[in-house]
Design a protein around this ligand. Structure first.
Ligand code: CA
Ligand code: ZN
Length: 297
């Protein structure tokens, strides 16, 4: 049985009070239809950015209640397929992003997606490489805007969260309350102008509740990701170096657990073949990932 959640069933904050829009057994396939991060408010390049309803930014479709998920469990989310719409949106906004101080006037660009290509302009065509910007569960306490990344996931803007990868999220409330949105047809690491190629679409996932241990971690405190070749620890913090330290320490623990190496040797192996990579540096917290080849685990 395959389930569908439409994009009008969405939240702007992740918290334990959100009413689930659907309850499914562990092991279900679910399609999340998602809006772009502007919730479809931009339809014309001549529109004013200032006139947007900023309360309706970064909607996440959901939340989905997964039966049997309890705090301390891990929610495994296999990203089976991402399908994006025919037009993406980019924006340049004064004071937003790394170049924002030099942006004098805002600019909206509506970008066609055709035959697997992103038509940036007549001369510049880019390869389609869809990813999920916002994906997370409800935090243990408090309410976190969908635009903020943290231990629960959220707006990680991690270009590796895409078709074929598997995300592990720490379950913090009964049912987990999974939600996602903010697809990008393409995004460079860092997302320096605060927008990737923002786009609506559909994501088909397989959700499964698994025991607390995954890849040798006794209990997850942050999202963990894997694709065919790499395992990634992920961390978000207001300070980039602090985030890198958390992702590094988490990966080192996994190496110690899996390979039985000493603290120092695990650190050496990490130093030899682990890569510190930037997810994004423009959201309320910055997000990094530590990539480590699975063949050495
Ligand atoms: Ca985002
Ligand atoms: Zn986005």
């Amino acid at each position: 049985m395959e389930y569908l959640i439409k994009n009008d069933q969405c939240i702007y904050n992740m918290n334990s009070d959100n009413e689930p829009v659907l309850k499914v057994p562990s092991g279900s396939q679910v399609i999340f239809e998602t809006s772009d991060c502007f919730q479809g408010q931009i339809r014309d390049e001549k529109q004013s950015i200032d006139a947007l309803d900023w309360e309706r930014i970064n909607p996440a479709t959901g939340p989905l209640y997964i039966e049997g998920a309890e705090p301390g469990d891990v929610l495994k989310v296999e990203i089976l397929e991402i399908e994006v719409n025919k037009h993406g949106i980019m924006a340049a906004i004064p004071d937003a992003g790394l170049l924002g101080e030099q942006v004098e006037h805002s600019l909206i660009k509506i970008i066609p997606v055709k035959d697997g290509q992103i038509i940036f302009n007549e001369q510049i065509h880019l390869p389609l490489n869809p990813m999920i910007g916002v994906i997370g569960v409800a935090p243990r306490e408090g309410s976190i805007p969908c635009g903020t990344p943290d231990h629960h996931g959220g707006n990680m803007d991690n270009s590796r969260i895409k078709q074929g990868s598997t995300l592990y999220l720490p379950v913090m409330v009964p049912g987990a309350l999974l939600a996602m949105g903010d697809l990008h047809a393409l995004m460079g690491d860092g997302e320096i102008m605060v927008t990737g190629v923002e786009i609506g679409g559909k994501v088909r996932v397989l959700v499964e509740v698994i025991g607390a241990a995954v890849w040798g971690r006794i209990s997850l405190t942050n999202p963990l990701l894997e694709d065919s070749d790499y395992l990634y620890t992920i961390a978000s913090d207001a300070d980039l170096l602090s985030a890198i330290k958390v992702a590094t320490a988490d990966m080192q623990k996994i190496i110690i657990e899996r390979r039985g190496l000493s603290f120092n040797e695990a650190g050496m192996l990490l130093s030899a073949v682990g890569d510190v990579q930037i997810c994004q540096v423009v959201d309320p917290k910055l997000t990094v990932r530590l990539a480590f080849p699975k063949k050495y685990l």
